[in-house]
Design a protein around this ligand. Structure first.
Ligand code: FMN
Length: 175
């Protein structure tokens, strides 16, 4: 049995939902999983975990600055353990952009940090226009229009491939 930390940053809760699903998969494999927001990272003793997984969503082209900060501050402890990183974004709904090698956000992110996660994943996120502010709704609909995605303001759709999430969970259990 391994003790595994899954630390995430989220704006609308979808990355957290992915983390909870991962937790179920990984615990079913006989491990103990703690899921925590990057906002509460200071309350966690990183040294007490065997493996650390970090997940973060994209907002206007970027992962949260708190994730960069966390990685920078804890690079040494991350490197000393089995570790993994996953990114959540809606560009990943496109088959040609949903792998670590082809997703532009993950590729850019890896160039910006010195940590080299041992395992990587990209998951397609969610669109729920009714949840967003008027400005965000306008901007995301515009981006969707430009990239041939859904523009109906009532759209509430999860692009996430949950089998892909489960496969990643099993990889984390084994790593
Ligand atoms: C204001 C806003 C900006 C976003 N910007 C991007 C973006 O630049 N690229 C992208 O692929 N997805 C973008 N997304 C989609 C999010 O990554 C997606 O909704 C994800 O599921 C959000 O996860 P979270 O709820 O954990 O934050 C954006 C979403 C919102 C609401």
């Amino acid at each position: 049995m391994a003790r595994i930390l899954i630390l995430y940053s989220t704006t609308d809760g979808h990355t957290r939902k992915i983390c909870i699903h991962l937790q179920q998969v990984i615990e079913n494999q006989g491990n103990q999983v703690t899921v925590v927001s990057v906002d509460e990272a200071s309350t966690i003793d990183l040294g007490s975990f065997d493996k650390i997984v970090i997940g973060a969503s994209i907002r206007y082209g970027k992962h949260s600055p708190k994730i960069y900060e966390f990685i920078k501050e804890n690079a040494r402890v991350l490197d000393s353990k089995s570790n993994a990183f996953f990114s959540v974004n809606v560009v990943a709904r496109k088959a040609e952009k949903n792998t670590p090698e082809t997703n532009p956000y993950l590729k850019k992110f890896l160039k910006q940090i010195s940590w080299k996660p041992k395992i990587l994943a990209v998951f397609a996120g969610k669109i729920d226009y009714q949840l967003y502010s008027a400005l965000d709704r306008f901007m995301i609909r515009l981006i969707m229009w430009m990239t041939k995605g859904p523009t109906d303001p009532k759209t509430n759709i999860e692009f996430t491939n949950w089998e892909q999430v489960e496969d990643f969970g099993r990889i984390v259990s084994k790593m």
